[in-house]
Design a protein around this ligand. Structure first.
Ligand code: GDP
Ligand code: CA
Length: 321
């Protein structure tokens, strides 16, 4: 079975661990979000691709969910002594090596897709990890700034998310460069060859929404003629982790499992899993033309997550029939 998964960082990566365990024989292609990418200290950092790569490759800091296990921060402290920031973005010494290799390969002219493949040769994630695009796409968030023209300014997503902890209202979320971007080599081919497409419980706006903003990807999924099944990142009307409610509000979507399903829409989504605490919303989702089931959606360990993935594949078979 060929499975295509659109993935952000932590939510996508943890789900993929479960999916690999539930479907060990499957051929899995992951289309990763690169809208979170940022240049720091002259290096290109791809947080979501790396979270997937480290998680599936066994190098992730498990409790934190991002960055390397057993990390040290000597380089960051040395930079701070020089007064060189930003100090709000955590880059450890081991992690730095990944960004140095990536940046060196960019300098040598390699596209991000080839670089990701080279990095994965070390990590052996057991999936084919593709960036959504080789082109530069950067998610920006529009926030209030009394000093700016019009009283608002755009900041990089990482500044909004990591430095400001999404503590100020987001008026808009813009994937800058997306309109001009092209899907990376292999992306459209993988979707066309897929037996099923899954949306893990990743952020619907800044992870999956950004991937869908690359021209051609949304259309390819809608036209693939295979089941498309998603799992809600919203449980009991709140994100399980992080501040997805803030960016959902920016695009006018309520923080409920049903509203997120409606946001994707029945033109894209055939099936949707909500957590058992949201069982009351399955009728609303089905009324919107999306097959819906309530199952436990907390990724507490790989066995539980594998069960979630199995439920998603079962729902896919149901909608296919
Ligand atoms: P990020 O790029 O690291 O923010 O990760 P993703 O976009 O892939 O996933 C973030 C989303 O994962 C958040 O909106 C969380 O609500 C969701 N999430 C995290 N853990 C769980 C879980 O155990 N269950 C569910 N259903 N969602 C989760
Ligand atoms: Ca992310």
């Amino acid at each position: 079975m060929r499975i295509v998964v659109l993935a952000g960082g932590i939510g996508g990566a943890r789900f993929l661990l479960g999916l690999k365990s539930a479907a060990p024989e499957a051929d899995i292609t992951v289309i990763g979000n690169t809208g979170d990418d940022i240049h720091l200290f002259g290096l290109k950092v791809c947080p979501d691709l790396d979270t997937v790569m480290y998680t599936l490759g066994g190098g992730i800091h498990e409790e934190q969910g991002w960055g390397r296990a057993g990390e040290t921060f000597a380089v960051k402290s040395e930079l701070a002594v020089y007064g060189v920031g930003p100090e709000w973005f955590g880059l450890g010494d081991r992690d730095f090596a990944t960004h140095i290799v990536r940046t060196q390969m960019i300098g040598a002219g390699y596209p991000l897709s080839a670089i990701t493949e080279a990095l994965c040769a070390r990590w052996q994630p057991g999936v084919r990890l593709l960036p959504m695009t080789d082109d530069r796409v950067e998610t920006h968030v529009l926030i209030d700034d009394p000093d700016a023209d019009g009283g608002r300014k755009a900041v990089h997503f990482q500044e909004y998310w990591v430095r400001l902890r999404a503590s100020v209202p987001a008026h808009a979320v813009v994937p800058v460069g997306a309109e001009q971007s092209k899907p990376a080599p292999g992306v459209l081919e993988a979707i066309a060859a897929a037996d099923v497409v899954l949306f893990p419980p990743s952020n619907p706006v800044v992870s999956i929404g950004t991937i869908l903003a690359v021209p051609g990807i949304r259309e390819a999924i809608a036209d693939a003629g295979v089941p498309v099944v998603g799992l809600s990142p919203i449980v009991g009307d709140a994100p399980v982790r992080g501040m997805a409610d803030k960016v959902l509000a920016a695009v006018g979507v309520e923080s409920t499992a049903a509203a997120v399903a409606a946001h994707y829409g029945s033109g894209l989504l055939d099936g949707w899993l909500v957590d058992t605490v949201d069982a009351g919303s399955t009728a609303e989702v089905e009324a919107a033309g999306i097959r819906c089931r309530a199952v436990p959606l907390m990724m507490t360990d790989t066995a539980t997550t594998a069960q979630m993935a199995a439920e998603a594949l079962t729902l896919a078979e149901e909608v296919r029939a």
